[in-house]
Design a protein around this ligand. Structure first.
Ligand code: PEP
Length: 251
């Protein structure tokens, strides 16, 4: 059985004092949870703080983005080796806010995925359709082509040390969640796509759902056979809500 993973994406929120309270509450609250992995994706400046507070705990941490270049004259960018300096386990690649606001293409996302993986980080590949794509019946095609762009670059074996997060764009930060059936349908299609290349990798692949996950809907989503946990934005900033979502992932 696949281990569930619940990860908080703090986006551009936080501050030293509030982070400390939040991280300490997550450590305390998650200590009693069995069979679920917990992670937080913090803004770059707080990686050192996350490392200091979380190092001796089971809670993992990571960054929300990384450069597609290993080093060089890329003002404002952060490299994989810099993330490794702060012992990140995970890194998000291709979050829809990166794709839509910063114009990250499938090709750039694939570069980031590849570089992260070859440096020993676990990339969390975010994919998902817009509302108009869903309404035109293109959901599976859009999500498949986002994954194919990475598969074509790195091959299926790379997915044995990666995570996929299905995040319908229309559900992110909107309070509108995909129904558990809608999410399951896409998760199953993602697993089937990976299985068409390697069934064993597909069976082991953690596929998270993201998009307005809340304490009130987490259990239903996590009960679906192909939903292996959640990527949580807004609700991950409130310790009690995030911990309630983590508890919903306990089998
Ligand atoms: C996200 O940022 O990945 C996300 C899913 O946000 P929210 O939970 O706020 O919809």
């Amino acid at each position: 059985m696949r281990q569930k993973l619940v990860a908080g994406n703090w986006k551009m929120h936080g501050g030293l004092a509030t982070n400390q309270d939040l991280l300490q509450a997550i450590v305390a609250g998650s200590a009693v949870l069995r069979g679920v992995s917990v992670a937080v994706f913090v803004p770059y400046p707080y990686l050192f703080q996350a490392q200091s507070i979380l190092s001796a705990t089971p809670v993992a941490w990571g960054a929300q983005n990384v450069s597609e270049y290993p080093q060089g004259a890329y003002t404002g960018e952060v490299s994989v080796s810099m993330l490794q300096d702060f012992a990140c386990r995970y890194v998000l690649v291709g979050h829809s806010e990166r794709r839509s606001i910063y114009g990250e293409s499938d090709a750039v996302v694939a570069e980031k995925f590849s570089l992260a993986l070859s440096s020993g980080l676990l990339p969390v590949l975010c994919v998902g359709e817009t509302l108009s794509e869903r309404e035109s019946g293109a959901t599976i095609q859009v999500v498949s082509s986002q994954i194919r762009a990475v598969l074509d670059k790195v091959g299926v074996t790379a997915f044995s040390t990666a995570v996929v997060a299905y995040e319908p764009v229309w559900a992110i930060g909107t309070g509108r969640t995909a129904s558990s059936e809608q999410a399951q349908e896409v998760h199953a299609a993602i697993r089937a796509l990976i299985a068409s290349f390697d069934p064993e990798v597909a069976q082991k692949l953690q596929i998270l759902y993201g998009g307005s996950v809340k304490p009130s809907n987490a259990a239903e989503l996590f009960a679906m056979p192909d939903i292996d946990g959640g990527l949580v934005g807004g609700a991950s900033l409130v310790a009690a809500d995030f911990l309630a979502i983590c508890s919903a992932a306990v089998c």
